[in-house]
Design a protein around this ligand. Structure first.
Ligand code: GLN
Length: 539
């Protein structure tokens, strides 16, 4: 069977949940047993998202093979339960870089290099390469930005051409729009959607499906009107209202018949939807028996998306624990100013100290970790969070006054965290960290090994600094357990503090591998410990 291509575009406004819509559609096809390869086509000129500020752009998602990508790839992985790869993220920067390199090599044999066909051909080639690499039945490509943006034009032109290249039966266009309500009676307005579709048609793309984000239920007349004006069959006008949990979106789409519509439209074999597992997990999410509050201390908490995968991993961890996980976001430098760490941590059941770069707010993080360690508050450190836990232990247990990371202070008296040797001569900021999946050996009988139920694991990474091996012995002498190391023993990957209900920290980013149907063991362990500590406190 020829690979089928679904292209998802967005209209009216940005930030209407195209990523979740794309991921949810992918789930419907995965449930039918199809191999789905998601791709994000991003019109920005950055070669990848690795150099982008999380305040502006949200989390940088890291794939198994070490690509630093847009956070939408996280939605794809979580909803579709697939692993994305370097090829799953295509930016204007990447496309132009390839085209310019080809031009310099002389590949175009003296031709004039132009947006059409050279740039569009490169986009098409990159999309089709993923289909081949991942042996995909269906490729779902989401185009970043909003229709009407100048910068997304080459991508739209490329996907328009792909219908001509591959045929109507192998391509379809899904347009995600907003249907706003206005005035005191919340009148539903279809005009922005109509205009957005006109804009798309101007480029030569007629949508097959419209996903309409709307705050209220759309009456039949509204759906009929959109269908008529936009030339989309009624059953393909999908209303997408806000739901209690994003994981309910695939269920809503399925109930509206989107799965069958898409399968039929693309000539895919008719298969049952197999939504049972998903329905069950959504049901637990919506009706949990327990509740805990976990504080997440980070540097970019003012952007709700900056720790997206951590937030989602905590939600997932609640599922097997039948527990709602509330997150209390704490901006790290507030712990050094208006808020004492004691006050901030007073009403919580667990603490996560998250990833980050640079020195701002680290003293607050270290203080929060001290309180958690001393008071028995369940604690989970992630990447920078592990480095801070090591610094805290070095200072307050090992007596290494002024211990720090070389990232924060050039020459600390005790550089317990220092630059990875392979990072010493690295000058470029882009794609230059220790990135992607690496194996780790866990020490038998440690909490980490028990949680994973294994002693050989792999996790994704994104860091430049590591625990300085000169201090390993000192830390261990004073009771810190190095529970995970790289197979060559060179790198500390995980630490624990025993005689504590839960004090675990990892140099990796386990949040990237958590799925709603497979909560990550470390997050699961944290939530379980938080729940136990809450129950204990209430007796
Ligand atoms: N800044 C630290 C390092 O580069 C931690 C990175 C992170 O938290 N992702 O090692």
């Amino acid at each position: 069977m020829a690979t089928k291509y679904i292209f998802v575009t967005g209209g009216v406004v940005s930030g209407i949940g195209k990523g979740v819509a794309t991921a949810s559609l992918g789930r419907l096809l995965r449930n039918r047993g199809f191999t789905v390869a998601p791709i994000k086509l991003d019109p920005y000129i950055n070669v990848d998202a690795g150099t982008m500020n999380p305040f502006q752009h949200g989390e940088v998602f890291v794939t198994e093979d070490g690509a630093e990508t847009d956070l939408d790839l996280g939605h794809y992985e979580r909803f579709m339960d697939v692993n994305c790869s370097k090829g799953s993220s295509v930016t204007t920067g990447k496309v132009y870089k390839n085209v310019i390199e080809a031009e310099r090599r002389g590949d175009y044999l003296g031709g004039t290099v132009q947006v059409i066909p050279h740039v569009t051909n490169e986009i098409k080639a990159l999309v089709q390469k993923v289909a081949v690499e991942q042996e995909a039945d269906v490729v779902i490509a989401e185009i970043g930005g909003t229709v009407g943006d100048i910068e997304s034009l080459p991508f739209l032109e490329a996907i328009r051409q792909m219908r001509t290249d591959l045929g109507y039966e192998n391509t379809m266009y899904v347009h995600v729009t907003m249907v706003p309500t206005v005035g005191p009676w919340h009148e539903v307005k279809t005009k922005p959607t109509q205009h957005s579709v006109y804009k798309l048609r101007e480029i030569g793309i007629a949508p097959d499906v419209l996903v309409c984000r709307c705050e209220v239920t759309m009456e039949t007349e509204v759906i009929e009107k959109i269908s008529l004006f936009c030339g989309v069959p009624k059953e393909a006008v999908i209303q997408s209202q806000n739901l209690d949990t994003v994981y309910e979106v695939p269920l809503m789409y399925e109930d509206l018949g989107l799965g069958d519509f898409v399968s039929k439209r693309l000539g895919l074999e008719h298969r049952p939807d197999q939504m049972e597992e998903w329905r069950k997990l959504v049901n637990t999410l919506k009706n949990p028996s327990n509740e805990v509050t976990i504080a997440v201390v980070g540097k970019y908490t003012s952007n709700g998306d900056a720790y997206k995968s951590i937030a989602e991993a905590l939600v997932h961890a609640g599922i097997p624990n039948d527990c709602k996980v509330n997150v209390k976001w704490i901006e790290s430098d507030t712990l050094e100013g208006e808020l004492t760490p004691e006050a901030a941590l007073a009403d919580i059941d667990g603490l996560v100290v998250g990833p980050g770069f640079g020195g701002r707010g680290i003293e607050g993080k270290i203080e929060a970790i001290r309180i958690a360690r001393e008071s028995g508050l369940p604690f989970f450190g992630i990447c920078l969070g592990m480095q801070m836990a090591v610094i805290e232990y070095a200072r307050n247990v090992c007596g290494l006054v002024g211990a720090n990371s070389e990232e924060m202070l050039p020459h600390p008296p005790y550089p317990v965290i220092h630059l990875l040797p392979e990072q010493k001569d690295v000058k470029d900021k882009g794609a230059s960290m220790r990135l992607g999946s690496y194996p780790c050996n866990l020490v038998h009988d440690t909490l980490s090994a028990k949680l994973y139920g294994a002693t050989r694991i792999t996790e994704r990474h994104r860091h430049r600094y590591e625990v300085n091996n000169d201090f390993r012995e000192k830390l261990q002498e004073q009771g810190m357990i190095i529970s995970g190391v790289s197979p060559d023993y060179r790198l500390v990957e995980m630490v624990e503090v025993p005689a504590h209900p839960f004090f675990v920290a990892t140099q990796a980013h386990p949040e990237f591998k958590s799925r709603p149907n497979r909560a990550h063991p470390l997050f699961q362990g944290l939530v379980k410990a938080a729940l136990e500590s809450k129950k204990k406190a209430s007796v």
